[in-house]
Write a protein that binds this ligand. Structure first.
Ligand code: ATP
Ligand code: MG
Ligand code: MG
Ligand code: MG
Length: 562
């Protein structure tokens, strides 16, 4: 492509509002422009990189057995009302009315749409498991759109959804996609970690995030210096729930509470035993952990637990009181409300916690899903908010370190959360109707692009990894007024194109200084400069990343580039 034909509006200065490198450089190098807060146009170079990242995602998803489809961004409110998220998603969901005053949402995510399609179209277990995905713009009215592409209000996402008969089948697909994600982010040239995550507002349980290590990341990761263990320290709210006759209960009883007592001892102290069907929940509210005990006389429990924990104490016996307390800064227990016989002890250092089954959105709105649909696992992770650098890692290997991360991907095991709410069933082998078991898997494609720039730049501009670079070769004719330079450059341009090499040809009538500066800014991996030695048939080849350079004979160019 000839640069004289391309819209690449480079800038000398950083835009005022750009605080971080990826935002500054992508604007300065002419890859994108903002049209309103959190809304960006991808100019030709930006579009090329976006398409490359997208293509990597597509190839790895296809390889993992997922098939691509495309759903509408505009979604009828009825579906969101079925799942309950028309209420719980909050102000982040962009809502609009059509001319008949019917309500719609701009897709923030597509669980509802895909669940309704599968509900209508997939009736038999024979078609399971099934994984589909799409790559499409998503809309979220973020409270603070910022950092350029990292937190936009319209952004490109790859979202995938899987449907299963059994949890074993879900586990298999989850692992397959987990590995596909590793391939995707490796191919994008990223230094990343897969971390144990919070289930956010999705109602899921088993979930991991893929974090690109970066100082500008909004998440904090605790990781082991010797093992693969890593977790988002925002995991809380964490909820622990278990029931009678669960095999895992025995392990749970050994879980230690802050005063070094096991849960079993606490239950004994309260005058009942854990295997009598007591249900205990732990979750985070504000900076404190809350222990919920759903059996026994809560007035007696109140006093006893207060003595035991010497902790601040909130009694949330009635739903009305719950609401008030939650409104006063405790978040909110949404869809399930709080059963009447619950005691809550606000407590501040519970150590090992169990599975996650609740969520919170960015406004601090907490909710629980305590309708367990499978065995609860005892996870090894501790409550990381109280972990300090140097502490032993919860997996028993190595010591804890902290790093900041950018969440570029997120995988969830949803279970039957949506299928039950939306009544999506298939017929099993015996002709019995069952709710689908589901998983969902997201990648922020445009955020990934920005994350790449965060990890690949220097003082002069971007240094794209070859796999995602807008072009592979930047060919500069330094002085187009000199015939021997222009002619040689034209010749090389044709031969590179013929060899199938992606080349951007700077054929502009600009000063050499401008061409070099723009070229560094854009960050194409290999630069070929046709300058003073053109008459001898020599050009300069320079690697953007390492800065290495050499003079190369015209006849050797294709070999050098390959
Ligand atoms: P965050 O915690 O950063 O708000 P999220 O957990 O709300 O992200 P998910 O619902 O998990 O996001 O969506 C899947 C992926 O979409 C995320 O992992 C992230 O890469 C991307 N993403 C989410 N919100 C945005 C946004 N506002 N701008 C760009 N990418 C986003
Ligand atoms: Mg979010
Ligand atoms: Mg998140
Ligand atoms: Mg997420």
């Amino acid at each position: 492509m000839r640069q004289s034909n391309l819209l690449i509006p480079t800038l000398k200065e950083n835009p005022n509002d750009a605080e971080i490198k990826s935002h500054q450089l992508l604007v300065r190098a002419g890859f994108m422009r903002q049209i309103a807060s959190g809304l960006y146009s991808f100019l030709p170079l930006g579009n090329r990189v976006l398409r490359k990242v997208e293509q990597i995602v597509r190839e790895e998803m296809d390889e993992a057995g997922a098939s691509e489809m495309l759903m509408p961004a505009l979604q009828p409110s009825e579906l969101w009302k079925e799942s309950g998220r028309w209420e719980t998603f909050g102000p982040e969901l962009m809502r609009i009315n059509d001319r008949h005053e019917r309500e719609f949402a701009l897709g923030a995510t597509h669980e509802e749409v895909i669940t309704s399609i599968i509900r209508d179209e997939l009736k038999s277990y024979k078609k399971l498991p099934l994984t589909v995905y799409q790559i499409q713009s998503k809309f979220r009215d973020e409270k603070r759109p910022r950092f350029g592409l990292l937190r936009g209000r319209e952004f490109l996402m790859k979202d995938a959804y899987s449907f299963h008969e059994s949890f074993e089948s879900l586990d298999e697909t989850y692992e397959k996609l987990f590995n596909a994600y590793k391939n995707i982010f490796s191919r994008c040239g990223l230094d990343f970690r897969a971390v144990i995550a919070d289930s956010g507002a999705m109602g899921g349980k088993d979930t991991h995030e893929f974090m690109v290590l970066s100082e500008v990341g909004e998440d904090v990761i605790a990781y082991s210096d010797t093992s693969d263990y890593a977790a988002n320290i925002e995991m809380a709210p964490v909820i622990t729930t278990y029931e009678t006759s669960d095999e895992k209960l025995k392990e749970l009883q050994k879980v230690e509470t802050p005063n070094q007592k096991t849960m079993e001892e606490v239950a004994d102290y309260l005058g009942h035993s854990l295997d009598q069907g007591i249900k205990a929940l732990m979750f985070k509210v504000d900076e404190q952990l809350v222990l919920v005990i759903t059996r026994g006389d809560h007035e007696v429990n109140d006093v006893k637990l207060k003595n035991l924990y010497d902790a601040s104490f909130v009694d949330l016996a009635s739903e009305e009181e719950t609401r008030q307390a939650m409104n006063a800064g405790f978040g909110s227990l949404g869809p399930v409300g709080v059963p009447e016989d619950i005691d809550i002890v606000a407590d501040h250092a519970v150590q090992s916690l169990v599975n996650v089954s609740c969520g919170a959105n960015e406004d601090g709105y907490h909710y629980m899903n305590v309708t367990p649909d499978r065995d609860f696992k005892v996870s090894q992770y501790a409550d990381l908010r109280f972990i300090q650098e140097g502490d032993p890692s919860p997996d028993g290997n190595g010591k804890i370190k902290f790093a900041r991360g950018i969440e570029v991907g997120h995988v969830f095991k949803l279970g039957r959360y949506y299928s039950e709410k939306m009544n999506a069933t298939y017929l099993d082998q015996n002709g019995k109707a069952n709710s689908f078991i589901m998983g969902c898997y997201g990648i922020g494609v445009s955020r990934t692009l920005a994350a790449i720039v965060e990890q690949h730049h220097d003082d002069n501009g971007i240094t794209w990894p070859a796999q995602v670079a807008p072009y592979h070769v930047h060919l500069l004719a330094l002085n187009v007024k000199k015939n021997e330079q222009l002619e040689l450059a034209e010749e090389i341009y044709e031969s590179l194109k013929k060899a199938g090499i992606e080349v951007l040809f700077d054929d502009r009538q600009e000063r050499a200084g401008v061409k070099f500066a723009d070229s560094d800014l854009m960050g194409i991996p290999l630069r070929i400069t046709v300058g003073k030695r053109a008459a001898e048939g020599y050009v300069e080849v320079k690697y953007r990343d390492s800065g290495e350079q050499e003079d190369v004979q015209q006849t050797e160019i294709i070999n050098t580039v390959r």
